[in-house]
Design a protein. Structure first.
Length: 86
């Protein structure tokens, strides 16, 4: 099965790349609403990995700083500590 898939990809590279040429000819005029909406969607898709990364990083920094400023021991989050027999 993998050999057939590799043969299809190797033998038809022009057929696989036709979509990019169509997008390029459709957005020639920058004032066209289609061109502006495609540019906006590209900016949106490019921003998502950064938004996700900085959201998680900000949450981790917030949790770390909040844990450092709390007095006393850190909470166990549902873990019951073992009792000392002595």
């Amino acid at each position: 099965m993998a050999i057939v898939a590799a043969a299809v990809v190797a033998l038809a590279p022009q057929a696989l790349a036709q979509g990019c040429a169509m997008c390029g000819t459709a957005v020639q005029n920058p004032r066209d609403p289609l061109a502006r909406s495609m540019a906006s969607s590209i900016y949106f898709m490019l921003s998502m990995p950064f938004l996700l990364f900085f959201t998680v990083a900000g949450w981790l920094v917030w949790r770390f700083r909040r844990a450092r400023t709390r007095p006393g021991p850190l909470p166990h989050h549902g873990v019951i500590p073992e009792e000392n027999p002595s």
